[in-house]
Design a protein around this ligand. Structure first.
Ligand code: A3D
Length: 320
């Protein structure tokens, strides 16, 4: 059986980490694309030389030519600029919208059958724009944010409860911004919902509220520490989980920015909701009941995503 092909558009901090993870997991042959000359080639060569000691077999190629992504099964897009301290994700809108135009056209011309995962911020607007520019079916393009935001929530909850992260499940829904919605009632330790754990004396409402807030500003906390860019290990790991579910038809149920057509009362917008990812792409959008507080938070988050799209359309009259 021929190896799968994974194209990474953007060979920066997340792109390089994606290539490393994909190679270590032998998900397929990897092409690193970037407009910066030498960076994708240098990273590909360095990573290829990590193969012998680790024992992975994966082709690694760095390129500045979109023709090299031809026939990719998966494209993961990180091209653009990340945040610096003091910037919100939305401050990246103008510059990264132009990047999505060139990336979308590149994918449309060379890898129109790929499953595409967008990571570039501001996420919910960029995945929408990338879909518009590439013209791919909506169920073949998703945004990565919910898996990362949920991982942050899971990490903090595991620390609070002093249990393995493996046993903590959590959902963070809505847009990938300050209005994201960590859903406490659907977060569990081995199936025991967090509200029950509070009743059992494992934590207090105040501590869980503080964890919810820390999750919402989890990306900013790392930007403040790094000072030169944003998080990359956990974002890359989260996107690889999504790629793997598609490539191996695992049908994992993951929170992703997916195209809604009426679910959750939202039409023609990409927002973070639980979806099933399998060999057909986004195979199912899962509509869960939200309590009044979570629904109000979700609606507020949707309104923030809509504002971003209005701003996008103002920048590029070409977008409908
Ligand atoms: P960085 O290390 O700067 O890498 C970005 C790469 O994109 C650089 O190598 C650039 O040369 C390249 N690039 C710029 N323009 C183009 C273009 N037109 N075509 C191809 N490549 C181009 O950033 P990073 O890897 O740390 O972050 C990448 C993106 O992910 C940023 O927009 C971040 O804000 C975003 N991000 C999103 C999340 C989410 O959870 C959604 C988390 C962390 C970062």
């Amino acid at each position: 059986m021929a190896r799968k092909k994974i194209a990474l558009i953007g060979a920066g901090m997340i792109g390089g980490t994606l290539a490393h993870l994909a190679a270590m997991k032998e998900l397929g042959d990897i092409v690193l694309f970037d407009i910066a000359e030498g960076i994708p080639q240098g990273k590909a060569l360095d990573l290829a030389q990590a193969g012998p000691p680790e024992g992975f077999d994966a082709g690694l190629k760095g390129t500045n030519d979109y023709a090299d992504i031809a026939g990719a099964d998966v494209c993961i897009v990180t091209a653009g600029v990340p945040r610096k301290p003091g910037m919100s994700r939305d401050d990246l809108l103008g510059i990264n919208l132009k990047v999505m135009k060139s990336v979308g056209e590149g994918i449309k011309a060379h890898a129109p059958n790929a499953f595409v995962i967008c990571i570039t911020n501001p996420l919910d607007a960029m995945v929408w724009a990338l879909r518009e520019y590439s013209g791919l079916p909506h169920d073949k393009i998703v945004g990565m944010a919910g898996v990362l935001d949920s991982s942050r929530f899971r990490h903090f909850l595991a620390e609070e409860f002093d249990v393995s992260v493996e046993d903590v499940t959590a959902f963070v829904l809505g847009g990938h911004g300050d209005t994201m919605v960590p859903v406490v009632e659907y977060s569990t330790v081995a199936g025991i919902p967090v509200p029950d754990l509070i009743k059992m004396g494992w934590s207090t409402q105040e501590k869980i509220d503080a964890i919810v807030q820390r999750t919402r500003s989890g990306g900013g906390e790392i930007v403040g520490l790094l000072k030169t860019g944003s998080a990359f290990y956990a974002p890359a790991t989260s996107a690889i989980v999504m790629a793997e579910s598609y490539l191996k038809d695992k049908k994992r149920l993951l929170p992703c920015a997916a195209h809604l057509t009426g679910q959750y009362g939202v039409d023609d917008l990409y927002v973070g909701v639980p979806v099933v990812i399998g060999a057909n792409g986004v195979e199912r959008v899962v509509e869960i009941a939200l309590n009044a507080e979570a629904k109000a938070g979700f609606d507020k988050s949707v309104a923030a995503v809509k504002d971003l799209l209005v701003a996008c359309k103002g920048i590029d009259g070409g977008l409908k």
